[in-house]
Every structure is written in structure tokens, then in C-alpha cells.
Design a protein around this ligand. Structure first.
Ligand code: SER
Length: 599
């Protein structure tokens, strides 16, 4: 058995023994949540419950959540970052708090995983404005270390909000109003490797030299940011614990490099074979190939296809970076690596094996598109330089401007442009890149704030309308049609579905009329937790994922629509008032997209 699986089993059993109920892994692409492209932490699907909504399975929960962090793409290549990872999580929704959490996690590490006590270090929150220093956690840790026979003096360290505060938006000042967050306490594992002075004069547990690895984070989610910028205590004190499975595995196997653990190493070995290069000599490229292909496999198995927008764009970026690095190492067959990935994950995530053909097809298609892009990029350069009267033959140096167009329009990375045989002024290119990144950062910030500022009625109305739309589409186009994606903001809702023809005006009208008729009927909306088998029997629409558990949450809109969903929804359809389809488009891969407005 792969050790990663053992860690998962021990963790779930440990917390179940302590009264926790296991909840399923939520989809990697959040459903009806416009605030983020991917589920990036275990907390993501639990936000309504952290803010006070009653969870149908109680106050103590445990889970393993597949996560993807797009913001870490550029970090990949070091010994510990991965864009895709599994997060072990345990949750208290107004149940237990610091004492139980810290003691349990400590016990799990030393009794269940048998990690050597003297290699564990912890960090505690130092305080921020009017939020006090966390001496309570300090006292708990002191007692735990002393009782285990260790002098706590050199094992507990205080850090400020940049390190020991957690919210989805990061530090307190970056949080939009309404967002929950709180101080946290992290545990680190010491690999006892020599300090690398490149990362600072002295080493410390948060140092980036790689000696210490963070293996778990207990967030005391007890505050909510207010419009005024201050913090209010939430009605309940929550615990949000997250531990990266890949990092816990690295600690258990005492591998400072997560890519050398039993989970990743067979994948690394396959890359070595396919490129005839040694990992020791090209660690960065090989790690990028491994990480990006793993993340791509999970995305594709979650229904994402490469494109130029949103999730599809991130997938495209990952795949192209993987192709680039594979080419750089003169790689032969990339699909053998995909096969090894599916093998390595099959015990915990059989979906990769089950959807292998689909994954392979999507990657092959993207590879072809990419090769064509490269040809077009070359043609662009020829055009640019022949227009200027230059001979292309012999052109080696192109302007940073031309290089940036290749990056922003054709999606080529600087290294890919160079591998085509061209050079340019790196500094000028970097300057252009900085301007571009500043623009997209402000765009992303706006998107984040916009989405969250708004757990508003309008978004919730859009969400319920989406369920009506889903059912109406099936009534009119056939039951083989189902949702493949959705995104809702205050301004509009967007709905993707598998259908490979343009909808006629009559079909659009019929769909609109059906939804509006259900709105007029003012149907009541409610949810029930029901057994999976029963949900299937009554024809509830949903992703019958193998990880769904016995009980599923099904939303009913009158008797008309029944759909697996986390909520929230309006109480009666009448409040939606009106539904209008404003646009339809073809998004490729046999899918169509509809935009609509409500209200
Ligand atoms: N939310 C915290 C994290 O993602 C702990 O689960 O690190």
C-alpha cells in the first residue's frame, strides 16, 4: 500500500474516534462560487458553516480535500512546493477550540505517525493591532512539550500576521469585508540539513532554505472583517486545521525533498527514463514536469479543458510549461508519465485511472494546438522583421516588445521564445512583465473582493436560477445534457453544458419561458440530506463522484428541480422575479455556454 494512503486512513480514523464525521472531497472547480477558480484549501467549501450556518453532519468534521494553488505556479521547482496537493483537514464549527486541537494534532504526529519529538517546532501568533498575542496557544504547547519530556524553550516561536494569520485573502489588511480569518499555529519538521546563507544570515523555522518544513496549520477561525476594517468575533469559535499530505509523507519518510517520497519518486523515475536525464542534474525541470502534469490530470478529470480563460487558461499554462520543460530535456513519450501518475494515485484517487483516456485525449489535443502556436509565433517574427526590411535569416535578437507579444498573445514563455533561437533584452522584457502582472493582480483583487463582498441576494438568486435553468435545459434538449461548469456574479450567471449544436431561437425562448414560469409559481426551495442511493432513485442531478459519501445534500426547487448542491439558495423562487438569456456561445469540446441575468 502506498504510504500516503496509510496516512490518510490513520488521520481519518484518529479524528473519527474523537467524534468527527467524515465529509467528502469537494470538486476541484468550486460549484457556483465566483470567488476563486479552484478549491485552494479545505476551508473553501465550508465557508457558510464557519460563518454560522448549521452543518448537517454536526460540529466536528474531518476530510481530505484536493486543492490547487495557482499562485504557487512560479514557486514550483524547489524541494517542497506543489500546485496540486491533498489537504487533511479537521474542523470544529463552534465545538472544541485551541486546547483539544493542539493536543490532538501533537498526539497524531508523535503516536500515530511516530515522528521524533525533538524534530518538531511550532509557531504562534504574535498579535496584530487590537488582536492579542496568542499566549493561550503558547501555554498549551509548553505543557505538551514538557509532558513529552522536551524543554519547550527552543521549540516555540512567535511570528506576526504575515506568517501566523490565515484567511483566504492572506494577511488581515488584504481581507475583504465579510471574510472570516484568524490567528494560527503551525508545526514544522526539522530535516537538520545545513543552512543555506543565500536565504539569510541565520536559519529559523520559517526560513526558505528548506531545513524546516511546515506540516500542519491550526487556524483559529474566530474573526470576521468588518466594512470599517476592524475585526468582529464570529458568533462561534472555529478550528480549521489543514495539513498537506505530501509534506506529512516527506516528514514520515524523512525526505527533505517531497519529490523523493514514495508518492512522487516513481513519477520522477519515469521522467528520467523518458528524457534520459538524471534528476540530480535537472531537478527543477523534472519537478515542474511532474507537478504540472499531476495538476493537469486532476483538472481534466474534474472537467476542465485547455482554453484561454479562467480554469482552462491555468490548465493551458501548466501543460505548456510541462511541454516546454519536457522538450528542454529532449523528452520522448509524455503519456508514459501520465500512466505512472494514474498508477501512483489509483488507491486514493481512482478517477485518474478511470478517466485516463479522456486525460490523454485532452493532453494530445493541447499538444497539437501548442505546436501550431509555435509555428504561428515563428511566422509572426518573420512578418515583423521582413516588414522592417530585415533579413530573417541571421535575426537572432528581437525587440522585447516583439517577445512580449509572443508571450501575451501566443502564450509562449521567455524560455520557449529563446528555444526557438531568439534573444531579447531580458530587463526590458521583465519590465513589461511587471506592468502586465500589476494589471492582472488588480484584476484578480477586484474579482476576489467583488465575489465575496457579495454573498448577496443577487448572487443567491442567480444560483437558484441556475438550478432551474439546468432542469429546463434537460427538459427541452434531453436528459443526456448536463452542467459542465457555472459561474455566478452579481451581474450575470454563466452556465456551461455538454451540447454540440447552436440552440435555435425557439429553444432559447422555451428555456426562458420554462424558467420564468417556475419563478412565477413562487416554488419553495429547501434541502434534505438523503442517502446517495435514494438521491439517484429520485433522479437528483449531480456528480455521482466515487468520493461522495452515503449522505448527500440535495436542493429541491418545488417538485421541479432536485440537485446535489452545497447552497445557499433563495427560499422562494418568486424573489428572482425574472430570467433573461442574453447570450449563447460555443466554448469548444462539444460544450455551449449561456449567459443570463436575473431580477
Ligand atoms: N486554511 C488553512 C490552510 O489552508 C488550514 O486548513 O493552510
Amino acid at each position: 500500500m502506498i504510504i500516503a494512503k496509510k496516512i490518510i486512513e490513520k488521520y481519518i480514523a484518529f479524528f473519527e474516534k474523537r467524534g468527527h464525521k467524515q465529509i467528502p472531497n469537494a470538486p476541484l472547480v468550486p460549484e457556483n462560487d465566483p470567488t476563486t477558480l479552484f478549491t485552494n484549501s479545505g476551508m473553501q467549501p465550508l465557508v457558510p458553516y464557519l460563518l454560522g450556518e448549521k452543518h448537517p453532519q454536526g460540529k466536528k468534521l474531518v476530510n481530505v480535500q484536493n486543492c490547487f494553488r495557482a499562485q504557487d505556479i512560479d514557486e514550483i521547482g524547489d524541494n517542497r512546493h506543489t500546485t496540486f496537493f491533498r489537504m487533511l483537514g479537521n474542523w470544529s464549527l463552534g465545538g472544541y477550540f485551541k486546547k483539544e486541537q493542539l493536543s490532538w494534532f501533537f498526539e497524531f504526529l508523535i503516536k500515530e505517525l511516530n515522528l521524533p519529538l525533538e524534530k518538531l517546532y511550532v509557531s504562534v501568533f504574535q498579535g496584530y493591532n487590537d488582536i492579542y498575542k496568542d499566549t493561550e496557544s503558547e501555554n498549551i504547547w509548553q505543557e505538551l512539550f514538557i509532558n513529552a519530556g522536551i524543554n519547550p524553550k527552543n521549540h516555540i516561536f512567535f511570528y506576526g500576521a504575515s506568517k501566523n494569520w490565515w484567511s483566504r485573502a492572506g494577511a488581515p489588511e488584504n481581507m475583504p469585508a465579510g471574510e472570516p480569518g484568524g490567528p494560527d499555529s503551525e508545526v514544522f519538521f526539522d530535516f537538520e540539513t545545513p543552512h543555506n546563507p543565500k536565504f539569510g544570515k541565520t536559519c529559523h523555522i520559517n526560513c526558505d532554505c528548506g531545513r524546516y518544513l511546515e506540516i500542519g496549520n491550526s487556524v483559529f477561525m474566530q474573526y470576521q472583517k468588518q466594512e470599517s476594517g476592524s475585526f468582529k468575533e464570529l458568533p462561534q469559535k472555529n478550528v480549521d486545521f489543514g495539513g498537506g499530505l505530501e509534506r506529512l509523507l516527506a516528514a514520515c519518510e524523512n525526505k527533505q525533498d517531497v519529490f523523493q517520497t514514495s508518492l512522487f519518486y516513481p513519477i520522477i523515475k519515469t521522467i528520467e527514463t523518458q528524457t534520459a536525464k538524471e534528476y540530480e542534474k535537472s531537478p527543477k525541470e523534472i519537478r515542474v514536469i511532474a507537478d504540472h502534469l499531476i495538476a493537469s490530470c486532476f483538472m481534466i478529470s474534474n472537467g476542465v479543458t485547455p482554453s484561454n480563460t479562467e480554469q482552462g487558461y491555468i490548465l493551458r499554462r501548466l501543460l505548456r510549461r510541462a511541454f516546454d520543460n519536457f522538450d528542454l530535456l529532449d523528452g520522448k513519450n509524455i503519456y508514459t508519465i501520465i500512466e505512472t501518475i494514474a498508477q501512483q494515485y489509483k488507491e486514493t484517487d481512482p478517477v485518474l485511472e478511470n478517466k485516463y483516456e479522456k486525460i490523454r485525449y485532452a493532453i494530445t489535443e493541447e499538444e497539437q494546438v501548442y505546436r501550431k502556436t509555435l509555428q504561428r509565433a515563428k511566422a509572426y517574427i518573420v512578418k515583423q522583421y521582413s516588414q522592417q526590411g530585415d533579413e530573417l535569416i541571421g535575426v537572432k535578437v528581437i525587440s522585447a516588445e516583439a517577445a512580449f507579444v509572443l508571450y501575451s498573445t501566443h502564450g509562449l514563455s521567455p524560455s520557449q521564445i529563446k528555444s526557438l533561437g531568439f534573444t531579447f533584452n531580458d530587463q526590458e522584457f521583465a519590465k513589461k512583465m511587471e506592468e502586465h502582472q500589476a494589471l492582472s493582480r488588480s484584476g484578480a483583487a477586484q474579482k476576489f473582493a467583488g465575489g465575496l463582498a457579495d454573498h448577496s441576494e443577487k448572487t443567491i438568486m442567480g444560483h437558484t436560477a441556475t438550478h432551474l435553468l439546468h432542469q429546463a435545459i434537460r427538459d427541452i434538449l434531453g436528459n443526456h445534457v448536463h452542467q459542465t461548469g457555472s459561474n455566478i456574479t452579481t451581474k450575470r450567471l454563466r452556465f456551461d453544458f455538454n451540447y454540440d449544436k447552436k440552440l435555435s431561437d425557439t429553444e432559447i425562448q422555451k428555456i426562458e419561458q420554462t424558467v420564468n414560469q417556475k419563478i412565477k409559481l413562487d416554488l419553495p426551495v429547501h434541502f434534505e440530506m438523503i442517502p446517495l442511493e435514494q438521491a439517484k432513485k429520485i433522479g437528483a442531478i449531480g456528480l455521482f463522484d466515487e468520493k461522495y459519501q452515503d449522505q448527500v445534500k440535495v436542493y429541491f426547487v418545488g417538485n421541479y428541480s432536485k440537485e446535489f448542491c452545497g447552497g445557499p439558495h433563495v427560499k422562494h423562487t418568486g424573489v428572482i422575479k425574472n430570467f433573461t438569456i442574453i447570450k449563447q456561445e460555443n466554448i469548444g469540446h462539444g460544450q455551449r455556454r449561456i449567459y443570463a441575468v436575473v431580477g
